[in-house]
Design a protein around this ligand. Sequence first.
Ligand SMILES: [Zn+2]
Length: 158
Amino acid sequence: MWTDAAGEAIGLRSVPSGLAYRVNSAPANAPVIEELAVELVRVLERFARDSGFTQKNPASIQFGKGTIGHHQVGRATDIYGVGGIGLDKWKARWDARRDGRSNLGWRLYKALQVYGRWAQPYGYPIQLFGPWTREEGPWKFISDRLLAAHSDHIHVAK
Ligand SMILES: [Zn+2]
């Protein structure tokens, strides 16, 4: 499940822009499997519309290029920014004043958590990690090391 050789290089594509959101282009927006791209389109579109973005005023989403584990076979991707601001900065704002629904970083994390269906390999937690994981879940027992490794991006895998 972790090393799905059959999925390697078959049908990989960058995550496309939607109607209410726009993504950065390759190479940072690294190719992923169709299943992951489709899931992200669905959740990002919902996040963007729920947050008040439109086709005329779309949300920008910045992907980064992960290198290890699921990333090598296109089963994972990392999101580093939303609305032109890095997730580390959104988290710092959150820690300073709990700005809730106006905090796009937190909203994106919650949308990915509530609406997304992510991989859960046997014996591992659901593959959604980011700056809010310890507070919001789904894996609140995340180690200090893993939390620190995801302090500036959200990782999802399918
Ligand atoms: Zn990652």
